[in-house]
Design a protein around this ligand. Sequence first.
Ligand SMILES: [Fe+2]
Length: 272
Amino acid sequence: MQTDAVTKERAWRTHEELPLNRENFEALCRFDLPCLRITGFATDSECEELVAAMDAVGLHKTYKVPGLKQPPRYVGLTQFEKRQASKDDYFAEVDQAWHEHEAVISKMPWNPFERMWKLIRELYPECTLTLAEEPGYGRYYAGIIRDTTGGGTLHADVTMYSARDYIISQVVNQITWNFFATHVDGDGGKTTIHNRPYRVETKPGDKVEIEGFNRSYVDGAETHIYAPAKGDVVMFNSHNPHEWTAVDEGQRRMGVSSYIGRMPDGNFIYWS
Ligand SMILES: [Fe+2]
C-alpha cells in the first residue's frame, strides 16, 4: 500500500502560498499545491469581534484526541467526531449545534462563513455551493468555531474512510479552510502538511482510522509548514495528513473552519 502511495506521489509545484483563484483551487484539488492563503480575509477589528463572541459564549465541547493535553475546544458539531457512533446520533445533534453557532455569530457584525461561501460562489458562478444534506436525515452541521491553542495530532480528513455511509463520502475533492483570528508568533502554532494523500487498501466494509495511524505513513514525504496569521484564511487538501504544534505560552490560536467538497457533478457542498 505504502510503496504504491510513494511511487504515485508528485512534488508540489511550488511552496509559495498562492492566492485563491480558480486555477489555484483546481491545483489544490489535484494535490499540486500545499495550500492557498487568502491574506486579509478579515480586518483586525473583525478578528477581535470573533474572539470576543467566542469568549462571551464559551467553547464548551472538546475534540476526543488521545494523547493531547489540551485538545481543541469548539462550538458546533463535526461528523468525524461521530464516526464511531451511528448516523442517527450525528443527525440528532445537528439542530443544537446550529443554535450554538447562531449564539456566536449573532454577537458579531459579520459572518466568516458567509464571506467564504461568497468567495467560492464568485469563483464558480456556474456551480452551486450548498450546505450538505443527507437523504432521509436532513441538513448537516457546518462551521466549527474553535480554539486550537493546544496543537493537533497527525491525521487526515478523508470522508471515504470516516463517513462511508454518508453522502459526503461521495466528494471527489475535500478542501479544508481555516480562518485565524488571533496573532500567533514564535515557533508554536504552525501546521505541517505532508504531501502524501492518505490512501489505504481496504476490503468493502472495512473501517479505516483517519487519526492515530502510524507515523511511518508520512516518512520521507515532502512537507510544507504554514504559520497562522491574524485575518488570513489558509486552505489545503485535507486528504494530505496534517498536524500542528501548540502555541507558545500566553498565546491563543482561535478561528473557524469547515470542509468544502466537490461532488461528481461539479457542484460544491460544505459541512464540518
Ligand atoms: Fe484536519
